[in-house]
Design a protein around this ligand. Structure first.
Ligand SMILES: *Cc1c(COP(=O)(O)O)cnc(C)c1O
Length: 606
């Protein structure tokens, strides 16, 4: 039996019951039952399921942990959080998040004009907006408009030139002004694969000299009252707490220094994001060495200590956690289309009356394999196959012999697996791994696996009461050999079930895909974003709140700026001009093509 590490990465959100993975919430529905209902309604191909209660859980956990720490340490500053839109801008997520965070004044962070526009439209009244990233006059003007509309907005500047633009804009506009934040360039570095945002050579922020210059400029231009926040962000998925603590001490000291220079309105420290989640499915490689409550306690304690030492006001804390809030709400579900070794069934064996000796020997191995000799026989069979292939190249055996040899070796491998213990299985995986063709695009749905090797928990949605025997490689449906999650006995020994997908469905769930993956996804081979379904689980059952269907082929082509009407016309004309079929049949094929074009491009075998 295998729980696919659910106790490591699952954060108590999922539970296995009767062999099915279920949500550990409300009436605890099985994910496979939800998926079957959706399939019956015609939603084939990959699906993104979004669970509202998981969004709520993450938001509430953050506030609860910080407010607890604040109470415990008798901290005088407040706790505030904003959600960085870049992590997942899809409406099914953002609109729910805004609703669920309303009573906590949970705000939004924007890093571009489009994101700022979303924040201006959807952010709750009285919730903060922060704006990071490089800015031009237009983006700064949008920030002023947001303030003029009544938003509590802070524009964090990344360089002196941005401050100069703000000063100029302030002179041109109305009395209302946005708050100003300064991003500080810390000496401290983050860790992990996303650590590039921190450090003295980072892309962002002001160094000490520039900070002094900025305060001078603000003072000169009568804008020092607007300067309320300093900001830093040392990278995403921070594996260890230590670099964060170091960065925070540095930022805390910058905060007190700036206040001592007369920045009396400066009362907020914004720590950016970076709060990690546990992606690891295999105990050996945990991805973070701290918990949320440790993170909250450390932050409150460090800031309290620094403010106390320097006799300054304890700053309000802002965080911009994105991954932590969004990763676990989304599960990608993808149907398995094919197991490659299933082509090698006993029924396909076409032995001759007289076979080459090597084939007879393979038959003997297949007949006589036992647990005690399984590994040895499997190795022998692989050697035999090598020899048969050499003989084929030299013209001594024919294609039928070669086919028989390939089938026998696969059958021997399969028989051996069923006889071996888990320990042996791992060692022999190379010879016997099974390839699962799965109806999804890695480039669209798991870009961080493709680009950075980031792993995501993968498990079947049912059959969890049966032993998975196949060491599994996962192939997506793109025509790109990179679209593969290969079996790795050391790092990710993934085992799946031996199923006959001609006769029964087999679905895989890819978990923790709610952060970054969706919007980073690429349209490689023109596979588009899967159909998204928002689900509200409650005590009585579950409700499907909204379905946003995967883009049609026509829409994708339009996204690439093709004139789709022109394509319609050309196809129509070409069919009409065809001399190979009659007029009635032309109408029929035009109709068929029309249906395909208005549907998405994923495979529909199941
Ligand atoms: C990306 C980013 C975040 C979010 O980081 P997570 O690791 O997803 O929490 C927060 N703040 C800034 C400035 C960012 O660039």
């Amino acid at each position: 039996m295998n729980n696919y590490g659910i106790d490591i990465w699952g954060d108590d959100n999922f539970i296995i019951k009767d062999g099915k993975v279920c949500l550990k919430y409300g009436c605890e529905p099985a994910i496979i039952d939800i998926v079957n209902t959706l399939q019956d309604d015609g939603y084939k191909g990959p699906l993104i399921l979004r669970f509202k209660h998981l969004i709520k859980k993450q938001i509430e956990q953050i506030y609860k942990s910080f407010n607890k720490a604040i109470k415990e340490f008798e901290y005088e500053g407040s706790f505030n959080a904003v959600y960085p839109l870049k992590v997942n801008q899809y409406p099914g997520f953002v609109k729910n998040l805004v609703k669920l965070g309303k009573n906590l004044n949970y705000g939004l962070e924007a890093g571009s004009k489009a994101e700022l526009l979303l924040a201006m439209a959807y952010n709750n009244e009285n919730s903060p907006i922060t704006v990071n990233g490089f800015k031009d006059k237009e983006l700064i003007t949008m920030g002023f408009i947001a303030a003029e509309m009544g938003h509590k907005i802070t524009l964090t500047i990344e360089g002196i030139n941005e401050l100069e633009m703000i000063i100029k804009t302030a002179k041109e506009r109305f009395k209302v002004k946005p708050n100003i934040g300064l991003r500080v360039r810390l000496h401290s570095l983050g860790s992990g694969i996303w650590a590039k945002s921190g450090g003295i050579n980072s892309k962002f922020g002001l160094n000490s000299t520039e900070l002094i210059e900025a305060v001078g400029l603000l003072k000169e231009n009568d804008l020092l009252d607007c300067f309320t926040m300093i900001h830093f962000h040392i990278g995403s998925q921070i594996h260890e707490i230590h670099p964060l603590k170091k960065a925070l001490s540095e930022a805390g000291n910058i905060y007190v220094e700036l206040r001592k220079m007369g920045a009396n309105s400066l009362k907020n420290i914004n720590l950016g994001g970076g709060l990690a989640i546990e992606y690891s499915q295999f105990e050996k490689s945990p991805q973070r060495n701290y918990t949320l409550s440790e993170y909250a306690n450390d932050i409150v304690f460090i800031l309290k200590t620094i403010a106390g030492q320097k006799n300054e006001k304890e700053p309000n804390i802002y965080i911009e956690s994105g991954r932590f809030v969004s990763a676990n709400h989304a599960v990608l579900i993808a149907p398995v289309l094919e197991l490659f070794s299933q082509e090698y069934s006993e029924s396909k064996l076409k032995l001759k009356d007289k076979n080459p000796q090597l084939i007879d020997e393979l038959c003997d191995l297949y007949k006589n394999i036992k647990p005690a000799n399984a590994v040895e026989y499997m190795h022998d069979s692989c050697d035999h196959l090598d020899s048969v292939l050499t003989l084929f190249d030299l013209g001594y055996v024919d294609l039928q012999d070669r086919s028989n040899a390939e089938i026998l070796v696969h059958l021997i491998g399969k028989k051996a697996i069923s006889m071996l213990s888990a320990k042996h299985l791992l060692r022999t995986q190379k010879e016997v791994q099974e390839r699962y063709l799965v109806n999804f695009s890695m480039f669209q749905s798991l870009p961080d696996f493709w680009g950075l090797g980031q792993e995501f928990p993968i498990m079947p949605l049912d059959r969890l009461d049966k032993n998975p025997t196949q060491s599994a490689s996962i192939w997506d449906i793109t025509c790109d050999s990179d679209g593969e999650i290969s079996f790795d006995a050391n790092k990710r020994p993934l085992f799946l079930h031996d199923v006959d997908v001609e006769k029964e469905d087999y679905f895989l769930g890819f978990f923790l895909v709610g952060a970054y993956q969706e919007v980073l996804g690429m349209k490689h081979n023109l596979f588009t974003h899967p159909t998204q379904i928002c689900i509200d689980v409650n005590e009585k059952g579950y409700e499907i709140e909204s379905i946003i269907e995967s883009q049609s082929i026509r829409d994708i082509l339009e996204d690439l700026d093709y004139d789709v009407r022109e394509i319609d016309e050309i196809l129509k004309e070409r069919i009409e001009n065809s001399k190979l079929i009659d007029d009635r049949s032309k109408k029929q094929i035009l109709g068929e093509l029309f249906i395909f074009i208005h549907d998405n491009g994923y495979l529909k075998n199941i």
